[in-house]
Design a protein around this ligand. Structure first.
Ligand code: G3P
Length: 218
């Protein structure tokens, strides 16, 4: 399973990239606004921090303008992945861009039928939003399960990018189902390493080691 950081905070991305555990980055207009930075400038910087895909989202709602925006965005770096909304215009843009070899992430997916359309449009990634699905009384994991089933039925190559991931259980369940990627806030990626018994074990080992009076480094 690939891990993408869902953020435009370059300090967090740099820290995660240094662990070797980061496979890419996703951004959206809200995350760019939160960063307080210039969209083009921060996206370029992020593209230099990871070799993996960096999703940069168009903000136009019509196909023609989406194509113009994508043209600007894809010049930023070779690892830019154009993010388009799951609308008819977004799907049309996805088809045109992927036919030309550009990576596309179709975002704001809330149903398996929408995901089916994204795959038919040749999307590189489809982003079903688990947390927001849960927030609205639906079962986000059921959505991931349905998409996995449908994509496997027809051997679609579109990768399922589990998005709006809020906690470790979302990651675990997505991995069990076989989502290809999970994009999550840096704090969720780091939290995956936490376990109370790991902490307790370290504490015990450190206490016993101190009793030996030894050191590994001379
Ligand atoms: O990847 C999509 C993500 O940014 C949305 O997450 O937590 O705002 O629903 P959230």
């Amino acid at each position: 399973m690939k891990f993408f950081a869902d953020t435009a905070d370059t300090a967090d991305i740099k820290e995660l990239a240094e662990t070797g555990l980061l496979d890419g980055v996703t951004t959206n207009p809200s995350l760019i606004a939160k960063s307080g930075r210039d969209f083009m400038e921060v996206t370029k910087e992020i593209c230099g921090l990871t070799e993996g895909p960096v999703s940069a989202e168009v903000v136009a709602l019509d196909h023609e303008t989406m194509m113009k925006e994508a043209e600007v965005l894809r010049k930023i770096a070779d690892n830019v992945c154009i993010k388009v909304p799951l609308t008819i215009d977004g799907l049309k843009t996805c088809k045109a861009l992927t036919s030309d070899g550009t990576m596309v992430n179709v975002t704001l997916c809330f149903s398996a039928n929408q995901a089916l359309l994204a795959a038919k449009a040749g999307a590189t990634f489809v982003s079903p939003f688990i947390g927001r699905h849960d927030d609205n009384g639906f079962d986000g994991m059921e959505l991931i399960r349905d998409i996995r089933l449908i994509y496997d039925n027809y051997m679609f190559e579109t990768e399922i990018l589990a998005a709006s991931v809020r906690h470790a259980t979302h990651v675990l369940e997505s991995a069990r189902i076989g989502a290809d990627v999970a994009t999550m806030p840096p704090k969720v990626i780091k939290a995956l390493a936490n376990h109370v018994l790991t902490d307790k074990g370290i504490e015990g080992f450190m206490a016993d080691w101190a009793k030996t009076g030894q050191s590994i480094l001379k």
